[in-house]
Design a protein around this ligand. Structure first.
Ligand SMILES: C[S@@+](CC[C@H](N)C(=O)[O-])C[C@H]1O[C@@H](n2cnc3c(N)ncnc32)[C@H](O)[C@@H]1O
Length: 224
């Protein structure tokens, strides 16, 4: 992830020297882009829920439902959009991807991370009935505040790749990485479960727990 963001920020600096604009879409309270803060001229966060406190790493915050038609930002406003562990929560991933594509500059980069349903532990978790899963979620998450309703309609590599292509992205690079131990690391039992879940599929990349996708908006793209 770090190397992916390093490459995306470097590309943004090259394309927009002195005016690098970045959106963290579904930003929560922390961002994988914080280490790059000094290289970002405009750092915007957007989320369904406004944070209780001002987030010091952001220049701006907007309360936005990414899954609905939205004009919170102008077209082509950002060089780079990160949407990290959000798609599994989206009721309408194609609508969210369409918004993000519109808000990106031509040649801009979208970086997406989300859970992979092809991992048996992730599949079991997403497959639980709503009630038990809602009770389990705060125990597994890095913090209870990170427990958001899960939908998981766009959560395997092929579906994500297809959704990105349909939304009009190109040069889509997609990989899977083991991340359960980290994601479930809040308590020792769930951490151990996560380590087992990661190790079980280590030799089967298509089943690793987390999908990391990078996609670009075409240089010349008709409005959608
Ligand atoms: C698991 S948290 C991830 C937060 C942060 N991106 C991170 O990596 O730590 C998922 C975030 O997506 C936000 N979210 C879920 N559905 C959303 C939507 N339709 N529009 C905007 N934000 C949404 C949630 O409010 C939450 O902050």
């Amino acid at each position: 992830m770090r190397a992916t963001l390093e490459a995306a920020v470097t590309d943004a600096e090259r394309r927009s020297p002195g005016s690098v604009a970045v959106l963290d879409a579904g930003c929560g309270r922390k961002s994988a882009l914080i280490p790059f803060r000094a290289r970002i001229d405009r750092f915007v966060g957007a989320d369904l829920h406004a944070p209780d406190l001002r987030l010091p790493h952001l220049d701006e915050f907007a309360t936005v439902d990414l899954c609905r038609p939205c004009d919170a930002f102008s077209e082509a406003a950002f060089d780079l959009i990160l949407s990290s562990f959000t798609i599994e929560h989206f009721a309408d991933p194609p609508a969210a991807l369409a918004n993000m594509r519109r808000w990106l500059r031509p040649n801009g980069t979208l970086v997406v991370t989300t859970v992979n349903r092809r991992n048996p532990f992730v599949a079991a978790y997403l497959g639980l009935p709503d009630g038990p899963r809602r009770r389990l979620q705060p125990l597994l998450k890095a913090s209870a505040a990170d427990a958001h309703p899960l939908v998981g309609v766009c959560n395997d590599p092929a579906t994500i790749r297809g959704a990105l292509a349909t939304a009009g992205f190109e040069r889509i690079d997609l990989e899977t990485v083991p991340n359960l131990a980290r994601a479930w690391g809040r308590r020792l039992p769930s951490f151990v479960l996560g380590v087992v879940g990661d190790l079980l599929v280590q030799g089967d990349p298509g089943r690793r727990s987390t999908i990391l996708a990078v996609a670009r908006k075409p240089a010349a793209s008709p409005p959608r």
